[in-house]
Write a protein that binds this ligand. Sequence first.
Ligand SMILES: Nc1nc2c(ncn2[C@@H]2O[C@H](COP(=O)(O)OP(=O)(O)OP(=O)(O)O)[C@@H](O)[C@H]2O)c(=O)[nH]1
Length: 402
Amino acid sequence: MSFFKKMKERMFKSSSKLDVGLDAIIEEGAAPDTGPAEVQTPDTGPSAPEPVLSEPQSADPAPVPADPDFDPEPEPQPEPDADASPDPEPAPVAPQPARAEPAPAEEQAPKQGLMGRLMGRPAVPMRVLDDAMLESLEELLIQSDMGVETSLKVAANLAEGRFGRKMSAADIKALLASEVAGILTPVAKPMPLYAKRPQVVLVVGVNGSGKTTTIGKLASQFKAAGKSVVIAAGDTFRAAAVEQLQVWGERAGVPVMTAPEGSDPASLAFDAMTRAEADGADLLMIDTAGRLQNRADLMEELAKIVRVIRKKDPDAPHNTLLVLDATTGQNALSQVEIFRKIADVSGLVMTKLDGTAKGGVLVALADKFGLPIHAIGVGESIEDLQPFDPEEFSRALTGAEA
Ligand SMILES: Nc1nc2c(ncn2[C@@H]2O[C@H](COP(=O)(O)OP(=O)(O)OP(=O)(O)O)[C@@H](O)[C@H]2O)c(=O)[nH]1
């Protein structure tokens, strides 16, 4: 099974709440006169939509957004530069496909053809968009963790100019996917790679958010893309985190610098920087502790790591990745607020999007903070760190057909 298909399946599974909820909204308020001969689609062209799931219009798979297999050929690197290049290349996890302009949502909904109507196929439930339906939609979006402000905005945009029109679940899903993609597209950016060596990537986030796993996956993917990587196991207070990184390091063939339990993470970061410089490594990835319970200590710890590595490179860290666990839902918003105060967060990675119905929080994050989303985690193995494709994600979240 291709990585893309796997991700899509997982995302669809995870988003069933929103998908099923949209079906329910239409069915609850479906007009009684939706028989085949009477179906009207003032919003979707001359013919009525087909049932979404029972009669797909095309067996063709959706276009693959990016080759998920990493090119084992290293990309040609620009000569090392004293300063970080202002025009970085994208990191391997997030190459973005060239995208065609999305078709208007109305055009994306499958239509019931003349033959279907003549043959008397079962009618597609349709509902007139009114205040009650808009309210149900707002509630559903809020429940899917899109946040109140974003949910109201998305619902209002969707309804604009469409009041009084009959809509099927497929119509509403396509419109919603288009609205969501409009919010996500500007933030879907690969992690920039600079010519600077070593490029220092500081990885922050609360305990259990998936920092260690993400570093392991990234290191493996960078290695596979021909980059040399050094990892610093900066959460020196948790032996288990260090061991986990060592396992990933072995798997990827990447050295993992460790320090005795309880020792100063800044000192380890300095040593790791020295080693990365001596090795001519392309990337130094620094894991950090995530004890938010004692925010002042954590803030001081992170600030000290930054101070120390800047003695060697005043521009470091070049990226500060905040790793967020999608299953925490709205909590992710407050984590961004806090970590932006204690670290200069440059981009996000959202993990555990498999097995959660809370993917809507990504839309709220994008809308509220506008921070780049570099990649998403959809499982525990190396290939489960995927580029963030906003259109694919939007369709998966809403259950819209490709
Ligand atoms: N299903 C799933 N599990 C994930 C994903 N990313 C990480 N995990 C799991 O989440 C758990 C926590 O991940 P870690 O990488 O240890 O998280 P951490 O932020 O380093 O946490 P600490 O080591 O406690 O600081 C592990 O069991 C990972 O295997 C993901 O995308 N999907």
